[in-house]
Write a protein that binds this ligand. Structure first.
Ligand code: MEV
Length: 311
């Protein structure tokens, strides 16, 4: 028997751009998924998914979740012929599009296998196993979600497009930041949205080149602002990042509505986070009072809002 944890994440800057080797900044969340593995008589594996979730999320992601578990079993060469694995998932991370739920599930499972079978995997190997699981959800994942889920903290991430090691630097933010996470309750398919962006990019290569340049400058400024704890600038850059995400068509009507709602209620910046076309929106607040005000405004309009600290 063994257990493992995987943290949720939020992408502060650079979802989708990160797929093309541009830098992105993500933060792990305090909430996590727990995997428990029991070895029983028989063969194969069964799953009991007890994670709290956005309505419809688990059903929509069921096939991908099953494939991700199989990918991790295969990658770690876990025997399922002479023993049966009784796998369960729980924890306080709400499974929803945009919160790194799939990565948290993959990371927790890799850690639980490590614990159950004494595999002596270090974080790098756990991250690799989780990445294999993520392939069933993303098609071609950048790896940022599993990296944030495995290592925790605030990370600057760059995918190595030639197959070598990705860049992962832990950032030290000068200030803790008050964040509101708002849920559109729409579950999006990362594989589909990423594929749409790729198609759009192929048809509009010059326009994308310009957008990518603009984003890259923004990401560098965001890194400096985070390190310096310049909340006003971070907020302004989040707004600019949201506009670029709108330009590459990954925001959605409800994402934009929640962004506007947050800004009208005192957020210093807001943007969609993760896959987009639904999923989550993040809003940065100057202080706890503003954080509460933004969260209440979102909830009063019938959406879910979570308050968290990052940095
Ligand atoms: C999804 O959380 C983030 C995306 O950039 C996809 C990826 O990085 O693999 C949309």
């Amino acid at each position: 028997m063994g257990t493992g944890k995987g943290y949720g994440k939020t992408i502060l800057f650079g979802e989708h751009f990160v797929v093309y080797g541009l830098p992105a900044i993500a933060s792990a969340l305090g909430s996590y998924t727990i995997a428990d593995v029991k070895v029983v008589e028989g063969n194969g594996w069964v799953v009991d998914d007890q994670r709290p979730a956005t309505p419809g999320y688990k059903k929509q992601k069921y096939d991908q979740a099953m494939q991700s578990i199989q990918n991790i079993i295969d990658y770690l060469k876990i025997d399922t012929k002479d023993q049966k694995l009784d796998i369960s998932f729980s924890g306080d991370l709400i499974a929803a599009s945009g919160v790194g739920a799939s990565a948290a599930q993959c990371t927790s499972l890799a850690r639980a296998f490590n614990d159950t079978f004494n595999l002596y995997l270090d974080d790098e190997k756990i991250n690799e196993a989780a990445y294999e699981g993520e392939k069933s959800y993303h098609g071609t994942p950048s790896g940022i979600d599993n990296t944030a889920s495995t290592y925790g903290g605030l990370i600057w991430f760059k995918k190595n497009l030639t197959g070598g090691k990705n860049t992962m630097d832990l950032l030290q933010a000068r200030k803790k930041m008050h964040l509101v996470i708002a849920n559109t309750r729409i579950t999006a398919s990362t594989t589909e949205v990423v594929a749409d962006v790729r198609q759009l990019k192929e048809k509009n290569s010059l326009r994308f080149e310009k957008i990518f340049d603009e984003y890259e400058n923004l990401a560098k400024k965001a890194k400096t602002s985070l390190i310096n704890g310049d909340i006003t600038m971070i907020g302004e850059l989040m707004n600019q990042n949201h506009k670029l995400l709108q330009e590459i068509t990954v925001s959605g009507e409800l994402n934009d509505k929640l962004v506007d709602m947050a800004l009208q209620n005192g957020a210093v910046g807001a943007k969609m986070t993760g896959t987009g076309r639904g999923g989550l929106v993040i809003a940065l607040a100057e202080n706890e009072d503003d954080q509460i005000k933004i969260a209440n405004a979102v909830e009063n309009k019938g959406f879910d809002a979570w308050k968290t600290m990052i940095g």
